[in-house]
Design a protein around this ligand. Structure first.
Ligand SMILES: N[C@@H](CCC[C@H](N)C(=O)O)C(=O)O
Length: 330
């Protein structure tokens, strides 16, 4: 195991977030049950090693989570500091890690939970929105009303940026550019690759019974093998309804996340799923989609210029002091 604390990126010396008594204060939160361990390392002193991430995310010997999110000032992070040139308001950076310790470019559910965490820490600026630095750019998060019929709680929305099909026009016209083998499905299925800042492969099934029968305890096998891995979303289009006066498409989705396994939700995955189904549906498809995942429902809206908005709930469930010696077995 590597050490839990170390120097900050810019070399400044200040108190590390790990306390003198050897504890690390963490917060647990989730967005549609995609759950995270959150750390306040605003001065950038925590050496968030892959070992520490795996230990914190461990559901038996640690706190438990699909990922770990470090809050750190953008100026202390090599990927964050350049964002400040064009967006000086993006003071806070979401350093997202998957449960296996790997780094991901983006986490859609994580951005909403991070925004709520900023609010809890008194770091939401005196403004309607907060700018969050991520490896996929700056996300501007605001509070929004809960869509009718979807439940209650605190909802947040943000433009996730430009999505695209790595397979280009040929993939859009064919509707697929890859094949996926999934345990529990008898034949290999066609899939569409969608980039939402991070990579996704979306495949459709005709009915929800088949979706429920899929075994995602093993990673789906994607061909051609994506160079940086991929998140796999399996969707069943459910037709259209009217929500809040708007024609809204509805999709059910399960997901196998890169670096995690099956999770109960994936925000970027929901965007990829909605944009894939919208691509398959053609020109008359609605712009707004509700995506039902095992952990709840999120809303995806196609914006102009190939941008998309992700909206959904964020919840902080509690805080604890982690004994680092016990956690790391030293
Ligand atoms: N659950 C997240 C996505 C997290 C990153 C993903 N596993 C990857 O490696 O790309 C979300 O809500 O978007």
């Amino acid at each position: 195991m590597t050490t839990a604390v170390g120097p900050s990126v810019d070399g400044q010396a200040a108190a590390p977030p790990a306390r003198p008594d050897g504890t690390l204060h963490v917060t647990k939160g989730h967005g549609t049950q995609n759950d995270f361990v959150l750390l306040d390392d605003r001065d950038g002193h925590l050496d968030l090693s892959a070992d520490l991430v795996r230990a914190l995310a461990d559901r038996r010997a640690g706190v438990g989570g699909d990922g770990v999110i470090r809050l750190v000032a953008s100026r202390h992070v090599v990927e964050g500091a350049p964002l400040l040139a064009d967006a000086p308001e993006a003071q806070w950076f979401m350093d997202y890690r998957n449960a296996d310790g790997s780094i991901a470019e983006m986490c859609g559910n994580g951005v909403r939970v991070f925004a709520l965490y900023l609010d809890r820490l008194g770091l939401w600026p005196d403004a309607d929105e907060v700018a969050v630095g991520t490896r996929a750019g700056v996300m501007r998060v605001r509070r929004v009303a809960v869509p009718e019929g979807v439940g209650d709680g605190a909802w947040f929305a943000f433009d996730i940026g430009r999505w695209h099909l790595p397979g280009g026009r040929a993939a859009a016209e064919a509707g697929f550019d890859a094949e996926v083998a999934v345990t529990g499905l008898d034949v290999v299925r066609p899939a569409l690759s969608v980039d939402v800042g991070n990579p996704h492969s979306v495949l459709a099934l005709p009915d929800v019974a088949e979706l429920a029968a899929v075994d995602l305890t093993r990673a789906p096998q994607v061909q051609p093998v994506p160079p940086h891995g991929t998140n796999v979303e399996i969707v069943v289009p459910l037709g259209e309804t009217v929500v809040d006066g708007r024609t809204t498409g509805r999709v059910r989705m399960r997901v196998h996340e890169r670096g995690v396994g099956e999770t109960r939700s994936c925000g970027t995955g929901a965007v990829a799923a909605a944009m894939a189904v919208r691509t398959w549906a053609g020109a008359d498809a609605p712009d707004t989609w509700l995506v039902d995942v095992p952990g709840g429902t999120v809303r995806v809206t196609a914006l102009g210029d190939d941008h998309a908005e992700l909206a959904g709930p964020a919840v902080l469930v509690g805080e604890m002091d982690v004994d680092l010696t016990a956690l790391l077995g030293r």
